[in-house]
Design a protein around this ligand. Structure first.
Ligand SMILES: [Zn+2]
Length: 375
């Protein structure tokens, strides 16, 4: 799935099985309609002038659902076996007004409505559901522990949905979904140990260790945004003080800018994309106050990244999320924070790189999450 169409000979090397075994398994899967033979990839013809025959997945042989629960919105996506989004629907709901049973009922109704609107040729092929949510989750139990989109804590999600839809349901937080989506891209497949930091309405992180997403013994790793920058520092949305997120997230930056009377006060916890773009525009126009806010956000991020490097020494730190729009203004602060906090030998081994934000990255990640659950 992640490597695309390939010749049987390459597949054989990849899975380390004998030619006869690979031929037998591929024949079975072709019969089942899961894979198909496709003509060559443009490489030179081999043998007696025959084009290279590649094996590829039949795109719509298996379908999955991705569900993204965020502030006031449930987004449902239908994905094919390659993880492409082929249909989607966004339903506005007042998530903060939900109690536990209203949340579950709303999820069941919106997902159920989405499925029943599909032609039966599609709905009958849905094999799994992935759910992405902002906040802390327990991936082992399938519980949302805390989410800024909800006004209550601790809700068990996956068991109820599994019972209702009779499908496997997997839960992850949105930053982990972005890490999964990036790890599924060809350019990153050879990497074994790296982290993906997500900047935006919060600060999240997905950690890939030894080629696998690491979610910790209790399923709640890796809450980078809520590791600390400063004792008794800025107020964080999680209720504690001094978290990295309280300096780097959209709401932190926007609140600080409005406290300096540089911007009008709005819905403080959730500045909109256009309000954040206004902040960026002011940085572009070299507003020194705004530039110093971004510089500080970069420095805080640099200290946080120094801790990651010291602890796990990854090959790469990839930074993405909608907040990456301000990376040019954070870069120098980030580097100075990093250099203040860590010996150069430990910095030099890790590449730190921005990854252009794509709106669909969480959606694609949650589809891959669902697909992985049925691999
Ligand atoms: Zn926090």
């Amino acid at each position: 799935r992640s490597r695309g169409a390939m010749a049987r000979v390459d597949l054989r090397k990849l899975v380390n099985l004998s030619p006869a075994t690979v031929t037998a398994i591929t024949a079975d899967l072709i019969n089942d309609g899961i894979i198909q033979e496709v003509s060559g990839d443009g490489s030179p013809a081999v043998g007696r002038g025959r084009p290279r025959v590649l094996i590829d997945l039949v795109k719509d042989s298996v379908l999955v659902l991705g569900v993204k629960l965020s502030m006031n919105e449930i987004r449902i996506m239908l994905g094919d076996i390659k993880g492409n989004i082929i249909n989607e629907s966004i339903i506005e709901v007042q998530t903060l007004k939900f109690d536990e049973s209203a949340l579950l009922l709303s999820l069941e109704t919106t997902i159920g409505g989405f499925i029943s609107a599909l032609p039966s040729s599609q709905s009958s092929k849905i094999k799994a559901i992935g759910v992405a949510v902002q906040g802390f989750v327990d991936t082992n139990k399938g519980d949302i522990v805390w989410s800024p989109a909800l006004s209550f804590r601790h809700v068990s999600i996956t068991q109820q949905l599994e019972q209702h839809f009779q499908l496997p349901v997997t839960l992850a937080n949105d930053a982990n979904c972005i890490a999964i989506a990036i790890s599924n891209q060809p350019a990153y497949q050879a990497l074994q140990n790296y982290v993906v930091i997500m900047l935006g309405y919060g600060v999240g992180m997905g950690m890939i260790l030894n080629g696998r997403l690491y979610s910790g013994h209790h399923g709640a790793a890796s809450e980078f945004g809520h590791t600390k920058y400063e004792t008794d520092g800025a107020q964080c949305q999680c209720g504690k003080r001094g978290c990295i997120e309280a300096y780097v997230s959209d709401y932190a930056l926007y609140n600080d800018a409005s406290a300096m009377s540089l911007l009008p006060r709005v819905d403080q916890l959730h500045p909109s994309e256009s309000e954040m773009l206004l902040l960026n525009q002011m940085a572009e126009n070299k507003d020194l106050n705004i530039l110093s806010l971004f510089e500080r956000a970069g420095r805080v991020l640099g200290y946080g990244i120094a801790n990651i490097l010291a602890l796990i020494s990854p090959e790469k730190v990839i930074i993405s999320g909608p907040g990456i729009r301000a990376f040019p203004y954070m870069r120098s602060g980030l580097m100075s924070g990093l250099e203040n906090a860590l010996v150069p030998e430990l910095i030099a081994q890790t590449q730190i790189e921005p990854f252009e934000w794509q709106e669909d990255l969480t959606g694609k990640g949650v589809l891959v999450l669902a697909l992985k659950s049925i691999d």
